[in-house]
Structures are given as structure tokens and as C-alpha cells.
Design a protein around this ligand. Sequence first.
Ligand code: NAD
Length: 251
Amino acid sequence: MRLENKRVLITGAASGIGLACAQVMVSHGARVIGSDIDGSALAAVADEAGMAATMPLDVAEEHDWAAAAAEVSRRFGGLDALVHSAGIGVGGDLTTLPLENWRRQQAVNLDGAFLAVKHMLPLLRASGGGSLTLIASVTGIRGSAVFAPYAASKAGVIALARSAAQASAAAGDNVRVNAIAPGVIATPIFDRMEGVDAAASDPIATAARLVPLGRAGQPEDVAHAAVYLASDEAAYVTGIVLPVDGGLLMR
Ligand SMILES: NC(=O)c1ccc[n+]([C@@H]2O[C@H](COP(=O)([O-])OP(=O)(O)OC[C@H]3O[C@@H](n4cnc5c(N)ncnc54)[C@H](O)[C@@H]3O)[C@@H](O)[C@H]2O)c1
């Protein structure tokens, strides 16, 4: 029960890493508010995952964030942690990539992370402090020939997390901000990737080729790291980028 009674908002909670975070955090006693752009997918998993509430939230839309902050405040009286997992993957050759594809990638992954910090940091502060975790990616550290727009968005997420961590530390607001950098995790995101061929978007084959531990990670592997960062056991941990990657960054 490492998150007993903590109020945790999770974005992208209908699938993959966000859903696993919801399930594992509930098992640790958290009151999880699940959000996703796909309301019907979220409704289909919410009860079984034990979510205390759900709300529709397109992370690229500022008015959705404002509404979510008001709703969380009204229904739960504050917030103790945010796990921002919602994201999409756009790849393609940089010399032919349409600008609109680049912008769609940044709008969801980078604007979304900025809006998460902008609207949830005040709520965490008003609640006496807490934890804000952004799901980045090892591609934000390594870069990626195949997923360049995605890698660039995640590099921005990492810099945003570190910047927010420094701002919070300077403000003395008792909010910790960290990023998790997953490697190759077997989730439906690989079926949804834009602009890449099927071979590049097969997590099992990719992991066999790239990951020292020789397998793709499971969403729960990332969720356990998210539990740690949201817990009081991480009270002295801020501004880090925690790889959960089977050793991928060693290569
Ligand atoms: N799976 C991996 O290998 C991997 C590796 C590194 C980082 N990540 C990151 O982990 C996070 C979760 O990815 P996943 O693998 O669980 O993918 P996923 O596709 O299984 O889940 C992503 C969820 O985000 C939701 N979503 C998409 N756009 C949204 C929007 N605009 N607003 C709100 N919700 C939106 C989707 O509906 C989906 O439920 C993403 O940020 C992804 O970039 C994943």
C-alpha cells in the first residue's frame, strides 16, 4: 500500500502503460482518476482496473485540461500525483515528412506535456505538494532514425520535466517532477504508429534486435517505476530521467 489514499490522475489510462499504471497504483491503495481521449475504451477498462473516476481528456486541448483540473478539485478536493502517459508515435523520413505530421506529433506529445504541467502543478501545489511524472522515452535521449518526430517530442518532454523540477525546487512547493524513459514496451502503440513500416513497429522483433535483456518490456515494468516516483519513498528524488529499458541505453 505504498500509495494509500493518494489521489492520482493518469492520462492515456485506457491502454498500455497508462492502464498498467492505473491497475498497479490501485493495488497500492491509490484513488485513480483515469483519463483518455478515447472515452469508450476508457469506460471498457475503468471498473476492472478499479479506477475511482474517469474523465475525457484530449491532452492537446487546453480547455480539456482546465476542465479536468476543476473536476478533480471539485470531486477529490485536490491531487497528490499525476502520471502523464498519453502519447502517439509519428515516424518518417525527415526529408519528406509533411510538416502537418510533425506538428501533430508535437501537439500531442509536447504541447500535451506542457499543458499537463501548466494545469496540474497549481493543483499539486494547492494540495501541499506531490509528484508529477511525465512518460518520455529512451528515443528522447538516443534519437531515432525511424521515429525522429517522436524522439524530438520526447527530448522536449525530458527538458520540460527537468525545467519544472528546478522551478518547483526553487519555489519550495514540495512538488517533485520526474520523467520515465521506457525502452521497447509491448503495448498497442506499435499498431498505431504513423509513417513507419510494419517491421519497424513490431516490438518483439525490435526488442530482439536492440534490447540487451533480449525481450520487450511489459507495461507493468513501467508502472512499478511510476509507483516508486509517486510514493513518499521517492521524497528525495526530483529532476531524474529513469530508464526502464532492459538495458537499451547501454548500447
Ligand atoms: N510502448 C513503448 O514502447 C513506449 C516506449 C517509450 C515511451 N512510450 C510512451 O508511453 C506512453 C504510453 O504509451 P503506450 O505504449 O501505453 O501506448 P498506447 O497506445 O497503448 O496508449 C496510449 C493512450 O494514450 C491515448 N491518447 C492518445 N492521444 C491522446 C490525446 N491526445 N489525449 C489523451 N489521450 C490520448 C490513447 O487513446 C491510448 O489510450 C506514451 O507517451 C508513449 O510515447 C511508450
